[in-house]
Design a protein around this ligand. Structure first.
Ligand code: NDP
Length: 311
């Protein structure tokens, strides 16, 4: 139960690139923001091995390191970072109410930047074998599969990055993709195609996760020829098939699109006055660190204008 009630001008929910960039802008504008960092401080990008396309880092930068710097920068401008997880919100009337595992807040304005989470394939044993051969993050778990065979599912940038990463220390990587062309960028696709340790299984889907105590192979099917076969040597499966937005908390209170993303206007405002959304929670298309950071900045500028208009 909450044991204190705190009145706030601006609460930012989420501590990834969007939330923390919003915090930097809001703090510098004197809005004294409170950032509720959530269950994954730094956001999804902390799980990425190397960012090669974030401006200002020609040698690339590790996602975790980048977010450490962003946290440092937000704290330098005295944004208050609270390592709390939001459990409930009430946005039907003002002031807006937010309850975390530690406290309860009233806010005049809110920026939601709760990001997105990895999508499941929906296979039997998928949940049961998480940590027992199944992973959604090669950077986190890849090292457990040194010198072993693994498979990656997906054809987007994340799957391509993960396949390349795993090929550095796994004996073999199968890249299983349901179509005959990648969705991810050409440069990453070419790297995968030219990598002798990666075998691409085009038009292929995983039908069954094999094994009793832990993953011990896969049953796959070519969706063109309908041929089914087992990959018996595979000990690790890295699932990289996209994300679902983290919007469960807001379902009754805010307008969401058919895929669960928060709908905002050009100023990042939701259907509730003074409540803004930024980053992957409202952007199913770009999902880059740089675009998330940018939308966090815009949301903070708009929140500032909104709070000014109340005075
Ligand atoms: P994407 O949506 O780009 O790709 C998801 C892939 O998974 C697609 O190839 C899709 O297949 C496949 N897929 C989806 N559902 C299933 C399913 N049920 N079974 C089998 N396959 C499935 O997601 P990513 O996670 O790869 O990337 C998300 C975003 O993050 C992208 O915009 C990407 O560019 C970005 N990104 C940015 C980085 C950066 O800032 N440096 C680094 C990495 C990623 P199909 O193609 O057939 O639809």
């Amino acid at each position: 139960m909450a044991d204190k009630l705190q009145k706030e001008k601006l609460v930012i929910i989420g501590g990834g690139p969007a939330g923390l960039t919003a915090a930097i802008y809001a703090a510098r504008a004197g809005l004294n923001p409170l950032v509720l960092m959530g269950p994954e401080p730094g956001g999804q990008i902390t799980l990425t091995s190397e960012l090669e396309n974030y401006p200002g880092f020609p040698e690339g930068i590790n996602g975790f390191e980048l977010m450490q710097k962003v946290i440092e920068q937000a704290e330098k401008f005295e944004a208050r970072l609270a390592y709390e997880v939001v459990e409930e919100v009430r946005f039907a009337g003002k002031p807006y109410q937010i309850k975390t595992d530690v406290a309860e807040y009233q806010a005049e304005s809110v920026i939601i930047a709760t990001g997105a989470s990895p999508r499941r394939l929906g296979l039997k044993k998928e949940e049961e074998f998480i940590g027992k051969g199944i992973s959604y993050c090669a950077t986190c778990d890849g090292a457990f599969f040194k010198d072993q065979e693994v498979a990656v599912v997906g054809g987007g940038d994340v799957a391509l990055e993960e396949a390349n990463y795993l090929s550095k220390f796994c004996s073999k990587v199968y890249l299983i993709h349901r179509r005959d062309q990648f969705r991810g960028t050409k440069i990453l696709g070419d790297r995968v195609k030219n990598n002798p340790r990666i075998e691409i299984l085009w038009n292929t889907e995983v039908r069954e996760i094999l094994g009793e105590e832990r993953l011990n192979g896969l049953l796959v099917e070519n969706n063109k020829t309908m041929e089914k076969y087992e990959l018996n040597g595979v000990r690790g499966l890295f699932i990289a098939v996209g994300y679902n937005p983290n919007t469960k908390l807001f379902a009754g209170d805010l307008e969401l699109n058919e895929n669960g993303y928060i709908i905002t206007d050009d100023q990042h405002m939701t259907n509730r006055e003074g409540i803004f959304a930024a980053g992957d929670v409202q952007d199913p298309y770009y999902r880059q660190v740089v675009t998330s950071a940018s939308s966090g900045a815009k949301a903070a500028l708009e929140a500032g204008k909104y709070l000014d208009s109340l005075e």
